[in-house]
Each structure stands twice: as C-alpha cells, then as structure tokens.
Design a protein around this ligand. Structure first.
Ligand code: NAP
Ligand code: ZN
Ligand code: ZN
Length: 357
C-alpha cells in the first residue's frame, strides 16, 4: 500500500451551534494507522439522531459537528495490517468507530455497549482529535468498525441499514423475533420504523404499524407490507387491539405516555424502546405487573450484527424506501425530517457534491 500522509484536510458540512444549521467546514483527518481504512464517502443517510445531536437535544453536543452515521463509501487506502478490505471495495460505517476491545462488552461481541465506545461524530479519539461523521468527503475508520456492502445491494439502499436497519435487526434477534409467527408492533413509522416493518416481515411476523395519524396508512399496508394499522389517538381502534401483540418496537423520538402501548401487549409482551427521549417517560406499574410485561431498550447492534443485517437484507431483497438528495439540500432535509415529512429516509448523495474540489 502507498504511504499515508499524516494530516490531510477535508471538507464536510458541520453544525456550528445548536441551531443545527449545517454549512461547509474544513478540518484535518486523524492520522491513519496500520489498522485503518480510508474511505471516500458516496452516500450517507440522515437519522433522527443527527437532529438530536446537531440541535443539542441531549445537552452533550460539541461544535463544529459533522453529523452522519449511515455512511457508504469506497476504500481508497488501507493500513498495512488491514486484510479484511481491499482498495476499491464498497464499505459501510455506522454509529460507532471505536471501543476498548477488552471489556466484557467488547469480548462478548456487543461492543456497542462498551463504556469506552467512540461515536462516529461528536466524540474524541484517544489522541484527543474530534470524530467527524459522514457528511464529508472522506473518513478514516478502524477496520473493526467497517463492514462489507454485499454486491447485490444498491449502495444508496445500504445506507439506512447501517443504523436504522441494525437498530431493528439486533433487538429482533435478541428478544426472540428471529423465529417467525410473532405479532409485532412498530410504533412510529419513520426511518427506523419503516425498516422495522420490512425486516419484521422478512422474519415472517404479522406486523402492526402504530402511527400518530392516518396519513401513512395506505403506504404502510399497500407498499411497505404491514398487515394492520392503528392510529394511536383512536381510542376505539386501540381498545380493539388490546393484548394482541408480542412485541412493540418504539421508535418515537419525543415524549409520549407508554400506557396506551403497554395495553396492546399480550401476557409476557415486550415494549422495546429505540427512540431517544431525554425526559422521563410515564407508565403505571400495574400495566407491567398484571401481564408480566416488560420494557426494554436496545442500542444499534454489534459490528457482527451490522454485517448480518446487510447480508440478510441483500438475501431477502429487503429494500428501504428512500429519498435521495444532494448536499445542498441537507438543511431542508433536516427540517423536513423534524416535521415528519419524509417517506421514509433521506439519503444524501455525498459523492455528487465533490466536496474537496
Ligand atoms: P424519524 O424518521 O423522524 O421517525 C420517527 C417517527 O416517530 C415519525 O415518522 C413519526 O411516525 C413518529 N413520531 C411520533 N411523534 C413524533 C414527534 N413528536 N416528532 C417526530 N416524530 C414523531 O426518526 P428515526 O430516524 O426513525 O429515529 C427515531 C428515534 O430513534 C430517534 O429518537 C432516534 O434518535 C432513535 N434512534 C435510536 C437508535 C438506537 O440504537 N436505539 C438508532 C437510531 C435511531 P408516525 O407519523 O407514524 O407517527
Ligand atoms: Zn441513527
Ligand atoms: Zn470495551
């Protein structure tokens, strides 16, 4: 392999403050090491977490911040100890780019739960350099946090799977939804939720979408393949569906009472929280006790599961419903995402904007 220059300047789109407005920003990449892969970004999906982070919803944002953690690119250089990847290969990067590699979580192959995980952006590498995400021309990533894109998966389709996809695939496997025939609810039909419908169907489940309005009904049933559709503020529909579901994946990114959804669960049913809500949520304990129900949480998936998600979706021909946009549309896309106005994931064509030119 060729020599890796120690410092190189690249351009991305960064939020400079909690307005979340993104504008061009130049910075230097960290020096690539022997285990690193250098990739030129081709596509990057927009996740609601990018909104939470750029707008400082969790109160822990650092600026300038280049968001983007559904990154598909092409390998342009590899460190001398990289055997897993070749120059010219298409690869993906998700929400994390580092972990301690020695704790219980890391040795148990659930490195996403390592307390020393390094987030793809809004974090720092051990040398103190800030991490920056995929709305940029180039990234340098430890090979352990890079996955292969299967050849029969279109690159723009792969992007949402790197966060939204694995975020639903991992709890489905962990909580017993890899076996077919369950009744599965998807609460919130956005980027994560719509992939949830697709993957739950591919696992062979009966899928009920629980949405805040009727607006997505026809598409959910007719295009995405859901079996049933409930509007959460329709008390009659919700009552009729009481105690009918084995699982609910809750993807709502804002405060919401949990009682109406706990009531939909059968005995032993599980409400699995995926949406990030930085405020206390409300429920009364009898709803859990009188039904042995549980509330759980799940964070993305391991790197092994990320690769599995891509392979599974390629094999089962699971496709995401996406709207591909240019970098110049990034701020509009973020605003539309906030207004619940996307069917169902924006994917940014990063390569088309020639950021470093
Ligand atoms: P999204 O595309 O905005 O979808 C969220 C959906 O929730 C909306 O489409 C909407 O569906 C529903 N919703 C209900 N109340 C809402 C409100 N007040 N504001 C906005 N939407 C509302 O978001 P996403 O990218 O799927 O992400 C969903 C949540 O999961 C975010 O909090 C994100 O940070 C989190 N997340 C977590 C993980 C993890 O590892 N746990 C990974 C990725 C994302 P209806 O129209 O059907 O009501
Ligand atoms: Zn995400
Ligand atoms: Zn660790």
């Amino acid at each position: 392999m060729g020599s890796l220059e120690s410092e190189r300047s690249v351009t991305g789109y960064a939020a400079k403050d909690s307005s979340g407005h993104l504008s061009p920003y130049s910075y230097t990449l960290r020096t690539p090491g022997p285990e690193d892969v250098v990739l030129r970004v081709i596509y990057c999906g927009i996740c609601h977490t990018d909104l939470h982070q750029t707008r400082n919803d969790m109160g822990m944002s650092n600026y300038p911040m280049v968001p983007g953690h559904e990154v598909v690119g092409v390998v342009t250089e590899i460190g001398k100890e990289v055997e897993k990847f070749k120059i010219g290969e298409h690869v993906g990067v998700g929400c994390i780019v580092g972990s301690c590699k020695s704790c219980k979580a890391c040795s148990g192959k659930v490195e996403q739960y390592c307390n020393k995980r390094i987030w793809t952006y809004n974090d720092v590498y051990p040398d103190g350099k800030p991490t920056q995400g995929g709305f940029a021309s180039t990234m340098v990533v430890d090979q352990m946090f890079v996955v292969h894109i299967p050849e029969n998966l279109p690159l723009e389709q792969a992007a949402p799977l790197l966060c939204a996809g694995v975020t639903v695939y991992s709890p489905m496997k962990h909580f017993g939804m890899a076996e077919p025939g369950k009744r599965c609810g998807i609460l919130g039909l956005g980027g994560v939720g719509h992939v949830g419908v697709k993957i739950a169907k591919a696992f062979g489940h009966h899928v009920t979408v629980i949405s805040s309005s009727n607006r997505k009904r026809e598409e959910a049933l007719g295009v995405l393949g859901a079996d049933a559709y409930l509007v959460s503020n329709d008390a009659v529909q919700m009552q009729e569906a009481a105690e009918s579901l084995d699982f609910i994946l809750d993807t709502v990114p804002a405060n919401h009472p949990l009682e109406p959804y706990l009531s939909l669960l059968k005995i032993n049913g599980k409400l699995i929280m995926l949406g990030v809500v930085p405020e206390p949520l409300h429920f009364v304990s009898p709803l859990l006790i009188l039904g042995r129900r549980s509330i759980a949480g799940s964070f993305i998936g391991s790197m092994e599961e990320t690769q599995e998600t891509l392979n599974f979706c390629a094999d089962k021909k699971v496709s995401c419903q996406i709207e591909v946009v240019g970098m110049e549309y990034l701020n509009d896309a973020m605003e539309r995402l906030e207004k619940n106005d996307v069917r169902y994931r924006f994917v940014v064509d990063v390569a088309a904007s020639n950021l470093d030119k």
